[in-house]
Design a protein around this ligand. Structure first.
Ligand SMILES: Nc1nc2c(ncn2[C@@H]2O[C@H](COP(=O)(O)OP(=O)(O)OP(=O)(O)O)[C@@H](O)[C@H]2O)c(=O)[nH]1
Ligand SMILES: [Mg+2]
Length: 397
């Protein structure tokens, strides 16, 4: 079953609108209401999540579990405790180690003692957080020097959820701690290999009713994981490409000289031009815009890393299409992706398509993968689009 793109969705002006949800849904429904599906419900829809490391792929899988399966049992929540402890332990060690590297001073002698305690521990998180451990971590997180270090965390690799976990540390230290859903969504474990999740989603009555089965594949985004991706390219109907908009001022863990956003754009180009994915629909989640907004409000500017932003923002101001720097930054990153989809290319590697697919459309959503309501709304759009297009593909042949 090939994902077909309806003519009405190919209008670039329309797809560039920021909130086309209701408009698109109405168009889908009108287009297909007299062309009810033949047997598309019997076919599983396969979605592949792609993107660089830490772009939020596994967080989307967790959201599918919350939204379309039964979420997490108490036992499953308890199983996440070691992962959360490790996230906290890694974060505080990293912050303490960077104090020296960034020539920062601790605010007090007590904090220096706590830092020495943390550095004397093994890299593996303790099985239980002792009172002593909790006191030292809390002292450090309240230290003015550590906060200055945190403010410069774009200069070294720090988990995006470090602040969330350290702000919630007193609760996590409690003896009867059971991770909340939000804690699970913020926890981080690098994906290696390929995992999948299968779930059924009700089909709206206007699209024929019943249920559709989805299978979603999650892969590891680090460079040395990407050669495994091809194993799951076969039969994919839609690729969800995640790109983190907050990464403009950070470099890769695996290559400290490479800007993370630039790496994500290069990867997007390779995915867009990949011949094995040429018939799959492409949906982009411009993720982590909550972190991006926080950074910009704290005085970070994308122009310091992408000088071409200056020209772009001048144009945007003239057109009055954006209102502030957060808006311009979001639109700038999206425009970079749109530009990639419009590049002409000829096949020069085994994996590239023969020619550019000018007819193909790409859909963009701004997301916060840790926010269940946001993902529920966005995935509902994505799901309706896939279902509508598959129906249209099977019935409008
Ligand atoms: N604040 C915030 N945190 C996010 C968002 N999306 C993901 N995260 C956090 O970012 C971290 C990395 O997310 P993952 O889902 O593990 O990233 P991934 O793409 O699966 O990474 P790999 O497995 O290495 O490829 C986790 O701690 C998430 O909680 C977001 O939109 N906002
Ligand atoms: Mg992952």
């Amino acid at each position: 079953m090939k994902l077909r793109l309806l003519r009405c969705l190919r209008n670039p002006k329309q797809s560039a609108k920021q909130n086309p949800r209701e408009e698109l849904q109405a168009q889908h429904h009108r287009m297909i209401k007299d062309n009810m599906p033949l047997n598309f419900k019997d076919t599983m829809v396969k979605i592949l999540l792609l993107g660089t490391a830490e772009s939020g792929k596994t967080t989307i899988i967790k959201q599918m579990r919350i939204l379309h399966i039964n979420g997490f049992t108490d036992d499953e929540r308890r199983e996440k405790i070691p992962e959360i402890y490790q996230n906290i332990h890694d974060s505080i060690i990293q912050l303490v180690q960077q104090m020296d590297a960034l020539h920062l001073q601790f605010g007090s002698f007590t904090s220096e003692r706590s830092a020495n305690y943390i550095l004397s521990l093994p890299a593996e998180a303790p099985e239980y957080f002792s009172e002593e451990y909790c006191d030292h971590v809390m002292t450090l997180w309240n230290d003015v020097g550590i906060r200055n270090c945190y403010d410069r965390s774009n200069e070294f690799p720090l988990l995006d959820s470090a602040k969330y976990f350290l702000d919630n540390f007193a609760r996590i230290c409690e003896i009867d701690y059971i991770p909340s859903t939000e804690d699970i969504l913020h926890s981080r474990k690098v994906t290696t290999g390929i995992t999948k999740i299968t779930f059924r989603v009700p089909i709206p009555k206007s699209l024929g009713g019943g249920e559709q089965e989805f299978r979603m594949y999650d892969v590891g985004g680090q460079r040395d994981e990407r050669n495994k991706w091809i194993q799951v390219f076969e039969g994919i109907q839609a690729v969800l490409f995640l790109i983190s908009c907050s990464e403009f001022d950070q470099n890769l863990r695996e290559d400290p000289n490479q800007n993370r956003l630039q790496e994500a754009l290069n990867l997007f180009r390779a995915v867009w031009q990949n011949r094995f994915l040429a018939s799959a629909g492409l949906i982009v989640f411009l993720n982590k815009f909550d972190i991006m907004e926080r950074k910009i409000r704290a005085g970070k500017h994308i122009v310091d890393y992408f000088p071409e932003f200056e020209e772009f923002s001048k144009r945007s101001q003239q057109q009055q299409s954006c209102f502030d720097e957060c808006d311009w930054t979001k639109m700038f990153i999206k425009q970079k992706m749109v530009d990639i989809t419009q590049e002409q290319f000829k096949r020069n590697s085994r994996n590239q398509c023969d020619l550019s697919y000018s007819e193909r459309e790409c859909y963009y959503h701004f997301t916060v993968a840790t926010d269940t309501r946001c993902i529920r709304d966005v995935f509902s759009d994505v799901q309706q689009m896939i279902l509508s297009e598959n129906m249209a593909g099977s019935s409008l042949l």
